[in-house]
Design a protein around this ligand. Structure first.
Ligand SMILES: [Fe+2]
Ligand SMILES: [Fe+2]
Length: 336
């Protein structure tokens, strides 16, 4: 995938020169493709800002997938049965795969995985603030699957139609797997909710703690969202943060009823006129603090990630050595 990048508009870029690209043939072709809902591919000309926006978004998304492995991996050794352990391991492994698809999609834009990981490890790029909350009980695994993966699906299904081809295609597969994650979370919570009074209380407590952070996953309100308008014009984004958040609330309310659990919002009620559920105000101060690095687990997540990266150095080196040895024409090893 990365090799395609080398040839990205090398000539196109030269001829438009220094970012003064308005009104060029290339820009008109790009605008027409976006308007016609066609996909922009790695070798196509694209505005620098479009490329930069995609790299930023895909990187943040990829980082969230791999940091998101940590809160749940925390419960693999303590899963209550072999069946639950196998399911949880499969889910955590899926998240690693999602990271891989997304880092590969970013590579098609000319940004390597090493550079992105370096930015994550040094705190220059963010991941979703939801993963800075701790997983205190087994029920948290259910609440994460139902609410966090559920919010991720609501956000990500429209990305399957994103204007950038490699990102859109990665999202198709990711969404299928996320939907399995959401169902396993729902099923886990249902088992607890129908279990002993203690199990029911544990499920309710987890939902109480994860509900508001999962609403914050859709990002700041539309009137404060810096990047939204341009991303919508480029068809990277198809719906606003508030629209997606509303969609998620409307999906969750009947599901919470079926689960026999209560969503922790006294203002939550059906609004006949709007045809949607009204819900209470979100505590954005908390969101900003967690985003800034003051969340309960920010330091722990990054420290563990850096350590995993260092400890995995030998795997990367071995893979690179193996690939070099088996590249025809370089060492001749394959044909020897
Ligand atoms: Fe994922
Ligand atoms: Fe997931």
């Amino acid at each position: 995938m990365a090799t395609a990048v080398g040839s990205v508009g090398a000539d196109a870029g030269d001829s438009v020169g220094g970012g003064a690209d308005s009104g060029t043939e290339y820009e008109r072709a790009f605008d027409a493709a976006v308007a016609a809902d066609e996909r922009i591919e790695p070798r196509d000309w694209m505005p620098d800002a479009y490329r930069a926006t995609l790299v930023r978004q895909i990187a943040q998304h990829a980082h969230s997938e791999i940091i998101g492995m940590q809160p749940e991996a925390n419960w693999i050794t303590r899963a209550p049965s072999l069946r639950r352990k196998a399911i949880l391991m499969a889910k955590v492994q899926d998240e690693a795969g999602h990271g891989l698809y997304l880092y590969s999609a970013a590579e098609t834009l000319g940004t390597g995985r090493d550079e992105l990981l370096d930015k994550l490890h040094s705190g220059r790029q963010k991941y979703s603030s939801i993963f800075n909350y701790p997983t205190l009980t087994w029920a948290d695994v259910g609440a994460i699957g139902w609410l966090v993966d559920g919010a991720a699906i609501t956000n990500q299904v429209p990305l399957c139609r994103c204007s950038y081809g490699p990102y859109a295609r990665a999202m198709v597969r990711i969404c299928k797997e996320e939907s399995f994650h959401q169902r396993q979370g729902y099923e886990l919570l249902l088992a607890l909710s129908r279990g002993t009074p203690e199990q029911h209380a544990m499920a309710q407590d987890a939902v109480d703690r994860w509900w508001w952070p999962s609403l914050m996953m859709f990002g700041p309100p539309d009137d404060e969202s810096q990047h939204s308008a341009q991303s919508m014009a480029w068809k990277i984004k198809r719906h606003s943060n508030d629209e997606l958040r509303q969609r998620f609330v409307d999906i969750c309310v009947p599901q919470a009823e079926s689960l026999g659990l209560t969503l922790p919002d006294p203002d939550l009620r059906w609004n006949e006129e709007r045809g949607h559920h009204d819900f209470g105000p979100i505590d954005w101060t908390e969101f900003r603090n967690v985003l800034k690095g003051d969340g309960p687990c920010n330091e722990e997540r990054l420290t563990r990630r850096r350590r995993a990266h260092e400890e995995g150095a030998w795997v990367r080196e071995s893979a690179a050595a193996y690939a070099a040895k088996h590249t025809p024409g370089e060492t001749g090893a394959i044909r020897a």
